[in-house]
Ligand binder design. Sequence first.
Ligand SMILES: [Zn+2]
Ligand SMILES: [Zn+2]
Length: 457
Amino acid sequence: MPRTSTKKNVKRYGKSKEEKSGARSKSKSFHKLRGMKDILFDEYKYWELVINKADKLAQVYGFKRIETPILESAGMYERSTGKETDIVSKEMYSFTDKNGEKVALRPEATPSLVRAYIEHGMFNLPQPVKMLWIGPLFRHEKPQSGRLRQHTQFDLEMFGEEGPVADAQLILVGYNFFRELQVNIQIQINSIGCKSCRGEFTGKLLAFYKERGKRSKLCDDCKKRLVKNPLRLLDCKEDKCAEIRAGAPQIVDSLCDDCRNHFVKVLEYLDELDVPYNLNPFLVRGLDYYNRTVFEFCPEEDESESGTRQSSLGGGGRYDGLVESMGGRPTPSCGFGIGIERVILKIKEKNIPLKKDTENYIFLAQLGEQAKRKAFALFEDLRRAGFNIRQAFTKDSLRAQLEEADRIGAKFSLILGQKEIIDGTILIRDMESGIQEIIDYKKIISVIEKKLANGEK
Ligand SMILES: [Zn+2]
Ligand SMILES: [Zn+2]
C-alpha cells in the first residue's frame, strides 16, 4: 500500500561540517571530534537494515556472533597487523595507560578475534569455528581523505579450515549480502601464494623494478616499499606507479602447485555458485598476514564515474599463519571485513528504497483532558495485549495526532473524545481509506484483532 507521507528527510538534522567548528571559537558548546560521526534518527533505519541483513545472513551459514573489547594491547597489532603497515605505524590510536601499559583502540578486527580464539581454547571446539563480529574500529586517517576515524565493520572469520570451500563460502556470503541490499559490486580476487612461492615472486618483482629508470619514476611511498614490502608496489594508487606496474610480472605465474590448486578450486566453487568475479593480478591487500586467496568487494562503477577507482566496500583473505604467529596452534583460517558506513552511503546514493515497515501500528489519539487520562490507561492495556501501539499524548490537536499516525504508517487510529467516554464507545479510523466506525469500548481488542486478521489476507 503506497503511502506518500514518508518523505525523504535524510538531511533534516543537517550534516555538520567539522570544519565549521573553528569559526565559532567563543562558543562554549562542544563538537564531535574530527572524523567521528553521530548517527541520528533518520539514518538509524539504514543501520538496522544493514546490520540485520549481516546478522541474519551470517547465521544462516553457521557463523555465530561474538564481541571483543575495544581496547587491546598495542603490541598485539604490531605483531599481527604488522609494524610496518600504515595502520599500525601511522593510524593507530595508541597510548600508555595509567599502569604504563601500551594499549590501542582496535584498528582492525581480525587480531582480536584470533586472540579470542587462542585465549579461549577454541581449537577444542569442532572446527571450523565460524565467527560473526560487528563493531567499531579506529584509525587516525588523514583528514583530507574524507574517511571516518571511527568506522563500523561487519566481519566474518573462519578458523581451522584449510580447504578452498571456506574461501568460497566467505565470498558467497559477502556477495549475497550486497546483492540482497541491492548494492552492485564487483568481486576482485587474486592469490598471493604462500611464504615459499611468494619469496620467489618478490625476487622477480624486485628485479623488474630495478631495471633502469623505473625506480626514479616511483612515488615516495613506493620507493620505501621497494625496501620494506615490495608486494605493495602492486596496489599503489598513484598513476605513475600504475603505469610502470602494467608490465610487472604477475604472481599467479609464480604460484607453487599447492597454492595454484587451491586458487583454482576457489574459482571453481565460485563458478559453480554463479558468483561473478574479476581476476585482479595487482590485488595484494595491505596487511602482513595474508596468504593465498585475497579478495575485495568493489562498488560497480557507473559509466559516468568510470576512470575513478572507488575504494572498496570491504575485503579479506586467507591468513593461514596468523594464529600460530600469535601464539596458537597452526590453524589455517580466512575472513573478511565490510565497512558498514560505506555500504549505507551506497544505499543512499542509489536511492534504494527501504522496505516499508510491515508492522501493524495502531495509533491511539485523544481529545480533551478526561480522554487523555483514560487513553493513558488504555494505551497500557493495548500494549500489554501485544499490539504495536503508538501515541502522541503531548499533542492536543486531533489533526496533529493523526498526522503523526500517518507519518509512522499506522494501519488504524483509535480516537477517544469526551462524547465517546460518555457513550462508552471509541472511534476506529482506517488510515488508508479514512473510514471511521464507532465501536463498543469493551470490544476494542476483539475488533482490532479481527481487522488486523482481515488485512493479512
Ligand atoms: Zn605456495
Ligand atoms: Zn606508488
